[in-house]
Design a protein around this ligand. Structure first.
Ligand code: BG6
Length: 303
């Protein structure tokens, strides 16, 4: 048996013979569903998420590029919307492939490639950020895992600065029983406490109020990054690995922030998601004319 891939009405679905499946909207190249073979949904999507291209999809994995958060007014991205334009532009599907070369069995993995380039942007957005770029976003589905890779190329004749992030809404059963390991001694900027910088003291970060932090954990001697482990009731639930993505935003809006979000339903849904967002957002990545950059993260489900 081979993976089955279908694209209709701008929604792509792929299913492996094992039963693992993924759904990606061309709008934002947003992954809106990732199910493991047991049928269990791994991502949280709001029941009120707009799926008609009128605003970024609330949940799944919206892609953040070329700026994270509200753009600094004096920066080249200053005229763009919060989190940039990748999550609310239409991408094209470039094709699927199955690679044995990466140690995967061809029939039990599928790689889906999506593209967005400057010429595809709305004219108004293009004027606000007039750089020539090409993005290739690869989503690879394997048994119990989903890998996300973003390739950014500067196709113009002048450098540009960017940030990028995978805004992943992981589905959890109960946020009060959820914890994140692997952040101890990492510096972080706490957006809930006036964007001051702190150092994480806990080996296992737990949640009891609004949390909105950008962690920049030090890399290991061999330059690799420590995997993060999301636990539920003490048991491993997700393992998150990263390559080329030094920062991780950890976000849960809790009661009040979620109440104020018109596209977040049900209102007690804050209990059932945790955003773990690998990215490069604590500084700017400069890409010279003709240069390329790549960042990868992978989510492994332990259910
Ligand atoms: C997180 C930010 O990544 O995204 C939060 O750290 C923000 O500050 C959240 O509230 C949601 O952003 P948006 O634009 O999708 O409402």
């Amino acid at each position: 048996a081979q993976p089955v891939v279908d694209l209709s009405d701008n929604v792509l679905t792929a299913r492996l013979p094992s039963g693992d499946a993924v759904t990606v909207y061309l709008y934002g190249a947003t992954v809106t569903s990732w199910k493991t073979a047991n049928g269990e949904e791994q991502l949280f999507v709001s029941q009120a998420a707009a799926l008609d291209g009128s605003k970024p999809i609330r949940g799944g994995i919206p892609l953040v590029f070329p700026v994270f958060g509200p753009p600094p007014k004096s920066h080249a991205t200053g005229q763009l919307a919060q989190h940039g334009f990748a999550r609310n532009s239409y991408w094209e599907f470039l094709g699927k492939s199955s690679s044995e070369s990466q140690g995967r069995k061809a029939d039990n993995s599928v790689k889906l490639d999506f593209g967005l380039s400057s010429s595809m942007l709305d004219e108004a957005v293009r004027r606000k950020w007039p750089y020539e770029f090409g993005l290739v976003y690869s989503v690879t589905l394997e048994k119990n895992s989903l890998e996300c890779q973003l390739h950014v190329q500067n196709k113009g004749d002048q450098p540009f600065d960017f940030q990028a992030l995978f805004h992943t809404y992981l589905a959890v059963k109960d946020i009060s029983k959820t914890a994140v390991k692997g952040l101890q001694s990492s510096p972080y900027v706490d957006k809930v406490r006036s964007a001051q910088t702190f150092t994480e003291s806990s080996p296992s970060l737990t949640f009891s109020s609004e949390t909105d932090r950008v962690y920049t954990p030090p890399s290991l001697k061999d330059n690799t990054l420590v995997p993060l482990v999301v636990t539920e009731d003490g048991a491993e639930r997700f393992v998150v690995t990263r390559d080329g993505l030094p920062d991780v935003t950890v976000w849960n809006g809790w009661v009040d922030k979620i109440k104020a979000m018109g596209d977040f339903e049900p209102k007690d849904g804050w209990k059932r998601y945790l955003c773990i967002e690998p990215g490069t957002v604590s500084s700017w990545t400069r890409l010279e004319a003709g240069d390329a950059w790549e960042g990868t993260c992978a989510f492994e489900s332990k259910l």
